[in-house]
Design a binder for this molecule. Sequence first.
Ligand SMILES: [Zn+2]
Length: 394
Amino acid sequence: MTRAVPVTPGPARPAVFVGASHYRRPSYGRNHPLAIPRVSLAFDVIMAYDALTAGELLPARAATTAELVQFHTRDYVNALRRAEAFGRVRAEDRERHALGTLENPYFPGVFHTPALATGGSLVAADAVLAGHHAFSPAGGMHHAVPDAARGFCYFNDVVLAILRLRAAGRRVLCLDIDAHHGDGTEQAFWDDDQVMTVSLHMDTSYAYPFKGGCLPDVGGPRALGTVLNVPLPREVHDAEYRAVFAALWEPAVTWFRPDVIVLQTGTDALFGDPLGRFRLSTGAFLEVVACVLRVGVPVLATGGGGYHPLLLARAWAGVWGLLSGRSLAVELPEAASQALRAVGWDEDEDEPYYEDLFRRRLEYGDERPVRPVIQDLMAALADHVALRRRLWAS
Ligand SMILES: [Zn+2]
């Protein structure tokens, strides 16, 4: 049983796509989960759909040091610059800033590439301040902390974009649907009552970052109720994800009344992702994006994780379609199929949906019953929603 992909056009608000030809170049080195075509492939699929005009495309620019140090320490920014200039990471920088490790490897462009992704999200933030929706697919690096890289993330463009929106007086709700907890973003705004962070993710008892992201977290002293985490068990499927999302989204939006929504759209929650453990279909993933757009405020969507390039490209093309108010056909245009085949991704050849990856949007919304473990989680969530209702009323 499948459900239709949401194709309802978004509200009549112009949208911009922030891109850069830089993303066509290989980065992150070999053997790294991010060493796959991501932004460039999504862009190719979007172009195959003829779903982007020249006027909608904004070039990314590298974030400046002055911008980066709004969140990151100068020492850390300098350490990345040094690594890029000298082609290697000094032992003390590895130690102090978690650079040049298996998790955050050195690669040529280790400063410029994340600085460009961050600048892209700042360009997107400016577009949002002008009343547009914006998509910064190279952004979404939600794990990075002020003084160190974390979980493949070097600069936290999500935090820096939110800071820009905050500085302009906007109340920001950040929804993170990456399969991993948006820990760096949450920490940055832990006690900020003008920023609410909502994250649905793999329970950290079995997934990175292996701590935090629990349901009872409510935020720091000044911000009670502005942190909402939903740790989910393995194998979450569409019906379960929908139920959980429906239980939290409406209350969160009603109470917080954001001026802007920042949406981190990592695709590693999709069924088939090599690092994710969920069974979410692309259709259900895009339903969340459609719900976010229905709130009616400007949306800044970023990329994020996602380690299956074909799933990712198709999902992000769908994100852009919704943001820009376009209905993308379920059947892929021939040029999109060709772009996906050219990736040479063959890890899934034995999987039943492999051939379908090149033909149409994935819709494996298996309508299974909601498991007791999710029903328990929903009950706990209802308690926390009630708790927040009291916090917000006081
Ligand atoms: Zn992730």
